[in-house]
Each structure stands twice: as C-alpha cells, then as structure tokens.
Design a protein around this ligand. Structure first.
Ligand code: GDP
Length: 295
C-alpha cells in the first residue's frame, strides 16, 4: 500500500542523515522532498503546502528541546502530522438506532454494493447484529441481483421489491420489515451513476431526508485520487454524510485520497476496503496508516 509514497518519504528523510542538528536549510530541503512526494501521491496542492509548513514550524521549534536525531525527529513530526491530517482518532459508526439505519452513497463502480455486503458481514460477525441488506437501485436489475448474491454468500437477508420504482418507498418499507423481523441494522445500498448527476443527487437526498439514517457513508474508490476528493465534496454538500469508506486500497493506489479527504471535507474515513472478498474490510486507524506510510 502506497509503496511509492513510502519510498519517497524515506528518501526525503535521508537528506537529514549525517546532520547533527536541524537547520532552516536542511529542513527546507527535506520538506521540499516531502511536499514533492505528497504531490506525486496525488495529495492536493493546498493540503501538501499546509502540511509541510506545519511540520517546518514544529521542526524548527522543537529542535533544541529534543534528544532525537534530526532524521528521527522529522519522521516523528511527519508521522504525527499525517495522523492528524487523516483524522487523528479512529471514528466509529453509530449503531444506536433500533434498527440502526446505514445509508450508502457513492458513484457506480466505487464498490458500494461490495462494501454493503462487507459491512453486513462485519456487523454480523464482529458486533453480533442481525443486519438486513436493502437493494434500492431501481434502474439496474443487475445491481439488485448482485446484492442478492452477496447476501447469499454471507447469509444475510436481502430486501428488494420487484417492480417498485420508488427508492424512498422501498427504503421505508425495508425499515418497517426490519422492525417486524428483528433486524437491528439496516444497510441501504443505493443507485449510483458513472458521474455525478442531478437526478442521482436528488434521489439520494430524498432517501436521506425520508429515512434520517443513523449513518450516511460515502463510498469512494481510492484509485481515483483527487477525483475522489472532489466527488466527496459534492456528495457532502448534498448529504452532509458522516463518514467515508475508501475502497480498493489493495490496488496500486498512490495515497492522495486517503491523505487529503479528511482535510477537504472534514469528515473522517471510517472504513477501508482491501479486496473483493467479504472479509476484506478494516476499520480505518489514522495512526496505523501513518505508521504504514512511513514504514
Ligand atoms: P458499486 O457499483 O459501487 O456497487 O460497485 P461494486 O460493489 O459493484 O464494485 C465494483 C468493482 O470493484 C467490483 O468488481 C468489486 O469486486 C470491486 N471492488 C469493490 N471493493 C473493492 C476493494 O476493496 N478492492 C478491490 N480490489 N476491488 C473492489
């Protein structure tokens, strides 16, 4: 994960090797490389600039107070700042409702349906919940079938309504069904489009308003870099979502989305997807991710 970024940051830290102390000159040289590594990883320009400015201030301020070698100090500062940038603490999801309703949003192909299944499986096995998966894509029968296949695989019930073209109604009916059947977590998979369009936004906003979910999660493909961040911004403006799910982190992704999304939309990444299988889901821990990035 993020091998290229890790390599480049490692090389940037080497600039300080052999220096007895941090100076304006060697810190500027190191951070120039750090900034370049972040930009190459598709972190947006403003985020990268603010990041290196903060690290610079801290490095120059703390230099005299620490017994760490300049290289070690810089690794620590970069790690701490990366952790902060990615949200600081681990953000959980709200499972308080009865049932707790979780609405999934995102573009088609982002991994929404796969993640809905993974989350259902996670809630069932780790949180001993009895989830219900809901198919609200009224345009693509294949999407409904896909959710049924996922449900069968993980032995979770899937609610769908053949012929009903009203996703708001389906979502409401599903919640009523869950109440009757003792499902205490309802995961609603919605329709996505290949690109943002007004009809999709209105539809998901209508579902959101009608059902008032405990959690609205925005699913995005990490491979799409800054596009992921821009899409997140648009969805957040309409839905004020609670958290981000970053999928396909097992692929050859550069890391920009993971690093910038929190600072741009001010919503935490809550889960990551690390493969196509139903158990390829992890709670996102900013500090652990920063550790991995810095090796
Ligand atoms: P949706 O259109 O948003 O519902 O997206 P899907 O759930 O159908 O996923 C689109 C494709 O991405 C499928 O081929 C999934 O198997 C794949 N996919 C989803 N999540 C991940 C992931 O975390 N890693 C990898 N490698 N593939 C994923």
């Amino acid at each position: 994960m993020f091998d290229n970024l890790s390599d480049k940051l490692d090389k940037a830290m080497h600039v300080l090797k052999g220096h007895g102390q941090i100076t304006e000159v060697n810190v500027a040289e190191t951070l120039k490389e750090v900034r370049r590594a972040l930009l190459d990883a598709d972190v947006n320009f403003k985020t990268a600039k603010e990041f290196t400015n903060t690290v610079k201030e801290k490095a120059l301020g703390q230099n005299v107070l620490t017994s760490l070698q300049p290289g070690q100090l810089m690794v620590k500062l970069v790690k701490d700042e990366l952790t902060k940038l990615m949200g600081g603490d681990t953000a959980g999801i709200d499972l308080s409702g009865s049932p707790s309703v979780i609405l999934m949003s995102g573009l088609q192909g982002s991994g929404k349906t796969t993640f809905s299944g993974k989350l259902a499986n996670y809630l069932k096995t780790k949180k001993t919940k009895k989830p219900l998966l809901v198919a609200c894509d009224v345009y693509r029968p294949a999407a409904i079938n896909q959710l049924h296949v996922v449900g069968e695989q993980i032995k979770v019930e899937v609610y769908s309504e053949e012929g009903n073209k009203n996703p708001v109604q389906i979502a409401q009916n599903a919640i009523a069904h869950a109440k009757q059947n003792g499902n205490n977590a309802v995961i609603i998979d919605t329709a996505g489009r290949l690109a943002i369009d007004e009809a999709m936004m209105t539809e998901i906003a209508d579902i959101h308003k009608a059902i008032q979910p405990n959690e609205t999660l925005f699913v995005v493909d990490a491979m799409t870099g800054q596009d992921a961040v821009n899409t997140a911004k648009t969805f957040n403006e309409r839905l004020n979502f609670d958290g981000v799910v970053l999928t396909k982190l097992d692929g050859d992704t550069r890391g920009g989305a993971a690093i910038s999304i929190k600072s741009v939309v001010n919503k935490p990444i809550k889960f990551i997807g690390t493969g196509e299988k139903m158990d390829a889901i992890d709670v996102f821990h900013p500090a652990r991710m920063a550790d991995r990035i810095l090796g």
